[in-house]
Ligand binder design. Structure first.
Ligand code: F6R
Length: 605
């Protein structure tokens, strides 16, 4: 997804902007550009392609101590040099970089064209450059010009703006798309993601929706859209630049899969109480009485976050005996949901910036819902807007496909289910069983990681199939969905997940030697039913890779993982499927960390 960086200070801006853009590459993009301001005016360079192509296009004498940069993920207009940001007004005075979507861009464009403005690009962003330039003619400051221009804009944005006539400052604004200010020594940074700032400073300020900021080398001021000054407290990011290194692994994805013994341990750290067999979740900001007042749980997230929410719903129903279900945030917010006071809403987001999930949080809050966030990125929009929650502490996830955040989210749900259960009917003995199971997870994940070579060989064996079916029952079904999701997004092999119980109601027609099945078969009370399903697939000459706790003659190949408690097994069963997808993608020569058409955090609708 699009990325923004900006710099104002004593140094040359271009190398800092290029470095920042490189740090944002993992989010996905198709073109890149930057603009710097010096006493002679604005200079820009934009290219379709990689940040490395942009760096090659920037001449040595590209001087300026103020600048803005951008990686673009095309929405309005195809990827091209011209459509890349920054966009300038026709006099070349104002330059703008923008994340988000301007919904009334067509109308604004028509109005500006009627006034004689000639557009260069097909983008919605260019309207902003012209509008701000128009306002700048009358305004006393760039901040005033930006504020007035934005008053007529409908849509979402995170923007950074420079003015050739005011070479010492940058104005930024946020509405639905993240903007983070980084505070340095006599220098200021801006980015849409802390990843781009972390090399320079860990002191950051997040803008809220409807907020603007003016940055100079000496500091910053923040304002509301009606020009009232706001007071912001910087906070210290606890991730450092080292967290963003690939640690010697060939791909971030493999690094992040391999980190899971540690990341799961971090999610658990300090949260298990062995005396009362409960979970300490102070961040929920709820006392026992309020916790008991909820009758059901609704879980909301997108993509893999939603699938981890399905694992969460199952855990809550089993351990807390409360009705719980998960739903894609993108669907939830548009179907006019009935928001009830006795429902606990739990939203999930690794990035904490996914637009659909954030919008669902806002809709829930408008309707008086009690909303928690299970979030990885500290200080992100969803973390700020929810009433409380659980941080994953999994460290930054760089690869586009989510792995360690998925397992940590499932672990966080196990803690939440334990917490909800122990203030209701869950017995101390069952609480202890779950606590002990949770403690075993990091070591068991290490054991699963030792199966990598076997899984690599299986991935190579199955990778040439035109498609794969993934099946699982009840606890195994979200695992199958996540397995299919990982495979399709990084290897581009078509993968479809079905509840094993549903095969007979349609998809069995697809089974043939050409469509292998990955079956998630835990040793639980549904084992026999699952083995019967494998028999049905075999009878149709389907090949089967079984992932479970034992081998079976019903399957062609088996990956056997350590057994934990039934409720916690889905967490472990996910890991072989991550490795399977990773090695299938490598075998097929895919760009594992940056799969086509996908972005790390989806900050637009
Ligand atoms: C899949 C994947 C996506 C994200 C989804 C939500 O591997 O990464 O499906 O899970 O876009 O992202 P977050 O968790 O940042 O809200």
């Amino acid at each position: 997804m699009c990325g923004i960086v900006a710099y104002v200070g004593p140094k040359d801006a271009a190398p800092i902007l290029l470095e920042g853009l490189q740090r944002l590459e993992y989010r996905g993009y198709d073109s890149a550009g930057l603009a710097v301001v010096n006493a002679k005016g604005l200079k820009t360079r934009k290219v379709k392609g990689r940040v490395a192509d942009l760096a090659a296009a920037v001449p040595a004498r590209f001087k300026g101590t103020v600048g803005i940069g951008h990686t673009r993920w095309a929405t309005h207009g195809a990827p091209s040099d011209v459509n890349a940001h920054p966009h300038l007004d026709h006099e070349g005075r104002i330059a703008v970089v923008h994340n988000g979507i301007i919904e009334n861009a067509d109308e604004l464009r028509r109005r500006l064209e009627a006034d004689g403005v000639v557009f260069q690009s097909e983008t919605d962003t260019e309207t902003l450059a012209h509008l701000i330039a128009l306002m700048a003619k009358e305004a006393e400051s760039l901040e005033e010009a930006v504020r007035k221009a934005l008053a007529g804009v409908v849509g979402t944005y995170g923007i950074a703006v420079v003015d050739a006539q005011r070479p010492g400052e940058i104005v930024v604004a946020r509405n639905g798309s993240p903007i983070v200010l980084g505070i340095g020594e006599k220098e200021m940074f801006v980015a849409s993601d802390v990843a781009a700032l972390i090399r320079y400073t860990r002191q950051v300020v997040h803008l809220e929706d409807g907020e603007l900021a003016v940055l100079t080398a000496d500091g910053f001021h923040t304002f509301t859209s009606d020009a009232r000054e706001t007071a912001k407290e910087p906070f210290t990011v606890d991730w450092d630049a080292g967290h963003y290194d690939n640690g010697g692994y060939e791909h971030y994805l493999l690094k992040e899969i391999s980190e899971q013994p540690d990341t799961v341990a971090r999610t658990l750290r300090g949260r298990i109480d062995d005396r009362f067999h409960i979970a300490h979740l102070g961040g929920l900001n709820m006392d026992a009485r309020e916790t008991r007042s909820f009758r059901r749980v609704k879980i909301i997230g997108c993509g893999s976050a939603y699938y981890s929410g399905q694992i969460g719903a199952q855990l809550i129903e089993e351990l807390a005996r409360m009705p719980a279900d998960a739903e894609p945030a993108s669907e939830f917010r548009y179907r006019g949901p009935v928001v009830e006071p006795d429902t606990l809403y739990v939203t999930i987001s690794q990035s904490g910036e996914t637009y659909d999930t954030l919008a669902a949080v806002q809709e829930l809050k408008r309707k008086g819902g009690r909303v928690l966030g299970i979030v990885n990125t500290v200080g992100s929009a969803i973390a700020r807007e929810t009433d409380g929650g659980i941080y994953l502490h999994a460290g930054p996830e760089v690869s586009v496909a989510s792995t360690k955040a998925f397992t940590s989210t499932a672990v966080a749900f196990a803690l939440l289910a334990l917490h909800l259960g122990r203030v209701r009917d869950l017995s101390p003995a069952d609480g202890r069983r779950v606590c002990e199971g949770l403690r075993r997870l990091p070591e068991q994940i290490k054991e699963i990681l030792t199966l990598e070579e076997q899984i690599r060989e299986l991935a190579i064996k199955y990778a040439d199939a035109p498609g794969m079916m993934f099946v699982g029952r009840v606890r195994g079904y979200p695992v199958a969905r996540e397995g299919a999701q990982k495979l399709k997004e990084i290897s581009y092999v078509h993968a479809e997940a079905y509840p094993a119980s549903e095969l007979k109601h349609g998809p069995l027609a697809l089974i043939s030697p050409e469509l292998p099945t990955v079956a998630v078969v835990p040793d639980d009370e549904l084992l026999d039913k699952n083995l019967t399903t494998l028999g049905e697939i075999r009878a149709r000459h389907g090949r089967i890779l079984m992932v479970g706790h034992r081998t079976s003659e019903a399957a062609d190949d088996c990956v056997v993982v350590p057994k934990n408690e039934n409720e916690l097994d889905p967490i472990l069963l996910t890991i072989p499927l991550q490795l399977f997808a990773y090695h299938a993608a490598v075998a097929l020569g895919r760009d594992v960390d940056k799969p086509r058409n996908l972005a790390k955090s989806v900050t637009v609708e």
